[in-house]
Ligand binder design. Structure first.
Ligand code: B12
Ligand code: SF4
Length: 475
């Protein structure tokens, strides 16, 4: 049996914001996870259109396609092509889960929600020639017994961060604009791997650097504490994401993470405006001292990628300048700015749609860089787009990279910040050249060399490795 897994590219590849390096960061982990359920004697192939042209002259028995909102049209076109050749096509992922009726005409079988329970069930049904048109993740979901990810299908040399890993699913919070509640609807919305399985997966990964793509790596305290304890002494360096409230909690978890090798954290600040936080149901950020959270991370030598959303209803024209100034003043290393985007299935989408404020439903433009809804009463769509563009330019100007670097006490931390932020946003031609010449992997040791341990950081119980890898963060 021949099975082909495809991650189609998004249409934004034709947009001036297209940044090849961004799409050469992480391999398609979800599809490699599903591939692990195939019987061992089946042939499997995994193609990621973000990093390689797709080979489309084949006729596999089974085609499995992952659909995000921005790549949905491309995914449907590929599905139609393979179905016209008689291949059996499965569609799943976030967008299919949000809008199954839209996806249904393009698939033989549709999958709603996470695939760890449904895909093996489908494989059994398909072998017995009784596949169902639709599989919905059961209410009780688990990662127990999930076989090791088929990393052998991933062409590591094409990615800067081939060692991405996810050890939990979902998140304990319920922000109204997030994909999470819609995707995990009807069952547990936050669950973890057994710690030993997570540690075994980490152990299988070559090299030193890991990037945890979990929505909230510190979300399950007991699990995270055991994970970091198990990772001590493994000599790993890693990045991840967490919420402001989890950083402020004084339970020793953050110190454990740093001791295990945490070197940078994606933090969802989202907005400096309380009314916006309240309206977004981002309760975990309300009344929290953002400055103290930042200081805690900096004390432990952990760099910050701050996530900010523009265009929430209480935003006014000064939001861009205030946010950039604040981030620079607080020494945020890199920032990810988003234009507020209502994703189908979310409460935010339902509200904006009910108020008649959706400008269009061209999903390929729902990329958080394009205004797709009428903003609140204080901001026009033109101001929102111009302000968003300005914020990126301004935050990553050399003047502001220098200023933000100088917010740190030690010279080493200042240099580390400068190299990291500058390298990520200002060396585009170099990244493009390395991708074109297929030498991206050879940048990894160079990146490792750029940064060293920050002197003067608060001592942590286990000695940390001398050098840290500065890797670009999702933005
Ligand atoms: C890494 C990542 C990226 C990477 C790489 C993506 C990749 N190679 O897969 C990069 C940097 C390229 C990226 C870019 C973008 N991303 Co992104 N990204 C992520 C992130 C953090 C992790 C994805 C991941 O690996 N998850 C872990 C794996 C195990 O889960 P999974 O991929 O969902 O797969 C599971 C299920 O979905 C399901 N499944 C998936 N496909 C199929 C198919 C079948 C047949 C079956 C049975 C099951 C199934 O089974 C899998 C196992 O459970 C997610 C957040 C998240 N937690 O998922 C956001 C996320 C997917 N991104 C998002 C967005 C919006 C974007 C961008 C549009 C925006 C931006 N400003 O960057 C771009 C465009 C992406 C695109 N290709 O269209 C949104 C998607 C919203 C939506 N409704 O589609 C998310 C959810 C973030 C968020 N909180 O809003 N992203
Ligand atoms: S904290 Fe982050 S991942 Fe969790 S619900 Fe909110 S936006 Fe989504």
């Amino acid at each position: 049996m021949r099975v082909k897994f495809i991650l189609p590219a998004l249409t934004e590849a034709t947009n001036p914001y297209w940044r090849p390096i961004k799409y050469s960061l992480f391999p398609p982990l979800g599809l490699a996870t599903l591939a692990a359920f195939l019987p061992p004697d089946w042939e499997a192939e995994l193609q990621d259109e973000h990093v390689e042209p797709l080979y489309l002259d084949d006729s596999p028995d089974l085609v499995v396609i992952q659909v995000y909102i921005t790549n949905a049209y491309r995914a449907y076109a590929l599905a139609d092509l393979y179905r016209s050749r008689g291949c059996y096509v499965c569609l799943g992922g976030l967008h299919v889960t949000s809008l199954p009726e839209e996806a249904a005409p393009h698939a033989d079988s549709l999958f709603l929600g996470p695939g760890e329970d449904t895909f093996p069930q489908f494989l059994r049904d398909w072998q017995q020639r009784q596949p169902k048109p639709r599989y919905v993740a059961p209410s009780s979901r688990t990662l127990v017994g999930t076989p090791p990810i088929r990393r052998d299908l991933i062409r590591r040399e094409l990615y800067l961060v081939p060692n991405s890993i996810v050890v939990t699913r979902g998140c304990p919070h319920h922000c109204d604009f997030c994909y999470k509640d819609a995707f995990f609807e009807g069952g547990n919305t936050f669950y973890t791997q057994p710690v030993d399985d997570a540690l075994a997966e980490i152990d299988r990964l070559p090299g030193r650097h890991l990037y945890f793509l979990d929505d909230h790596l510190l979300g399950h305290q007991r699990f995270a504490a055991s994970l970091f304890e198990g990772m001590r002494g493994m000599g790993r360096l890693f990045q991840g994401a967490a919420t402001v409230d989890s950083i402020l909690r004084d339970t020793g978890l953050l110190e454990k993470a740093a001791a295990a090798g945490l070197r940078s954290l994606f933090v969802g600040f989202e907005t400096l405006n309380k009314a916006n936080l309240r309206a977004s149901n981002k309760r975990q950020n309300l009344g929290r001292d953002y400055a103290r959270a930042i200081a805690r991370l900096h004390d432990l030598g952990i760099m910050i990628n701050g996530s900010f959303v523009f265009g929430l209803d209480d935003d006014r024209p000064d939001v861009f300048q205030r946010t950039v100034e604040w981030a620079v003043r607080h020494g945020i290393t890199t920032a990810t700015f988003h234009i507020a985007t209502p994703y189908p299935g979310t409460d935010y989408f339902k509200r904006i749609e009910a108020e008649g404020r959706l400008l269009h439903r061209r999903w390929n433009e729902y990329d958080t860089r394009t205004v797709v809804h009428q903003p609140g009463p204080h901001l026009t769509a033109t101001q929102l787009k111009a302000g968003y563009d300005w914020a990126y330019r301004e935050f990553f100007s050399w003047a502001n990279i220098t200023k933000a670097s100088l917010a740190h006490d030690s010279l080493k931390h200042q240099l580390k910040h400068f190299a990291y932020a500058g390298g990520w946003k200002r060396f585009e031609p170099l990244w493009n050249f390395m991708i074109k010449t297929r030498h991206l992997h050879s940048m990894r040791p160079l990146l490792e060399a750029i940064l060293a341990k920050v002197q003067g950081q608060r001592p942590i119980s286990t000695p940390t490795p001398a050098d840290f890898i500065p890797l670009p963060i999702v933005s």
